[in-house]
Write a protein that binds this ligand. Structure first.
Ligand code: ZN
Length: 243
């Protein structure tokens, strides 16, 4: 089975459509797995939820999903993120709000454990260090893990003596072999590794591979919608810089 693994879509419909089109062109997918933060920051929260719902999907919650629906407060958000969360709340139907607020923070699907942050703190932890990954893997009961939140395409693999850590680029693959790992496919809707192209993962459970991909999309269209909708110019600007 082939699965598109998406994290941090952040209400960016053009980026979400672009990665799904890329996955379709690469042979299509049976499911889409969302690792949280499908909403927040971007201009199309309802349309991104609707697009996910056109697929067989698995979804967990991110901090922005919970903040937009009042499950958590925005005290720990920076001012722009908090403002975006309030804006997002105004764009969601009651049905979408219920769906988001009922998402669980951790989910096990076959050989994979899915969490937005990490198993150290599913909603808030940024899994960006070997030390954090070691703690996470200590809690991970499945061979493989998938996380989001940092918006960085990262891979932490257990070695015989030490943990290997890598920032992965377009077209790189990781094999589902004997070594346990936790991977972040990068962010679909707001990449922060200096590459503004949408990032996602293509999982093939028969080939036993997780591929990392980058896909260009119409950034200017997303930015125009953000500005027209009254979202902050800084949030629009950062999309073209990939930071
Ligand atoms: Zn995010």
């Amino acid at each position: 089975m082939r699965i598109a693994v998406v994290a941090d879509v952040h209400a960016n419909l053009e980026a979400f459509q672009a990665v799904l089109a890329h996955a379709a062109a690469a042979g299509g997918v049976a499911e889409v797995w969302s690792l949280g933060d499908i909403v927040g920051y971007g201009p199309d929260p309802a349309a991104c939820i609707a697009l996910l719902h056109t697929y067989a999907y698995v979804s967990i919650a991110g901090n922005h999903d919970y903040a937009a629906t009042g499950v958590i407060g925005t005290e720990d958000f920076n001012p722009l993120a908090a403002e975006a969360a309030r804006w997002t709340a105004t764009q969601l139907s009651l049905e979408d709000q219920l769906w988001l607020s009922n998402l669980s923070a951790v989910h096990i699907e076959g050989e994979f454990t899915l969490a937005h942050g990490s198993l150290n703190d599913p909603v808030w932890d940024y899994l960006v260090s070997a030390e954090g990954a070691r703690d996470h893997l200590g809690h991970q009961t499945t061979p493989y893990g998938l996380v989001g939140h940092s918006h960085l395409p990262l891979l932490f693999t257990e070695g015989q003596t030490r943990l290997q850590e890598a920032l992965l680029g377009d077209g790189e693959d990781v094999t589902m072999g004997s070594r346990r790992f936790v991977a972040n496919p990068g962010s679909v809707g707001q990449p922060r590794d200096g590459d503004p192209r949408a990032a996602y993962g293509l999982l093939d459970t028969e080939q036993r591979q997780l591929g990392f991909h980058r896909v260009p999309y119409d950034i200017e269209l997303t930015q125009a919608k953000m500005r027209a909708g009254g979202l902050s110019d800084y949030l629009a600007q950062r999309l073209e810089e990939g930071r």
